[in-house]
Design a protein around this ligand. Sequence first.
Ligand code: ASP
Length: 349
Amino acid sequence: MPPQKTKSRSRASVLLIYTGGTIGMIRDHKTGTLKPVDFQQISDEVPEIGKFNYKIDVVSFNPVIDSSNMGSEHWIRMAEIIKKNYEKYTGFVILHGTDTMAYTASALSFMLENLSKPVVITGAMLPVREVRTDARENLITAIEIAATIEKGKAVVPEVCVYFDYLLFRGNRVTKVNASKFEAFASMNLPPLAEAGVHLRFNRNLILKPTGKKLKLNLGVDSSVGVIRLFPGMTRQWFASQLRCEGMKAVVLETYGSGNAPTHDWFLEELELAARHGMVIVSVSQCRGGSVEQGVYATSAGLERLGVIGGSDMTIETALVKLMLLFGKKLSPKEVARQMVKPLSGELTI
Ligand code: ASP
């Protein structure tokens, strides 16, 4: 089905949650450093948004943070703000640093179960007051998407990331560029919308709400890690991470479609970890495509050991999903079962 145009309703209301990041920084010309602006005066910064006929309120983290300092306590705070204000607003826009935006987007997509309103996360590569900033366009369109409803229903009832004229499913993005405005990519799912002269939504891709009441999943267990395979890796290094005290799960960044070495020591270490109940999920180092265990002999060993094929999940999403599933106090067996199921559109079966 071709992407479709739609109109947004006037009199909608949007809650802007300002967490920090480059978007809200201004350069102190004396010292050259960046410091945060007060987004309570959002219309001073981006007067264009006053032309929307929306009610726009702002809540701000205090202090605002660079997203490199983002932790699970901040994901929880965002989820709680949304829950507290859920009935009052048509949609939500989160202003966030780009560095860990993909992790936050994934976390919120699992934390906000049965979401029926838009949560649009955006940021910018240049501060809002810079002449060539991308902040204005990102912010204006994110607000418009958050406010778009049709027949009383949100057009995008999902956690998404809006950046550089594209709207992506939040748990499908990765930051791929540190210096271009086109900073995010969603390699395994096309954009949910494209902003040109019109906002064109790819409706067949957008998740349908469950119709159930919003439920927060706020439990997070950080006893998880990522191990990236590389040629020449030593047993000592691999073992030191797999045998790390208290770890419950690991995302194994494998090659290509889920391939890994077939050396005895490598498989022995994995077998030992699996025997101790560790959940091991294979996600490809390639940004696009999917893990297909067993296609090559180099992944058949993993399959035999019970390593879970993470399909086409991003590394960010696989990691955060493990944190939240263990946060629900599920058994390793149940976590393993849910890792191969799409809970919020994060993987393709
Ligand atoms: N370091 C910043 C952050 O992630 C970068 C940005 O906002 O683009 O908070």
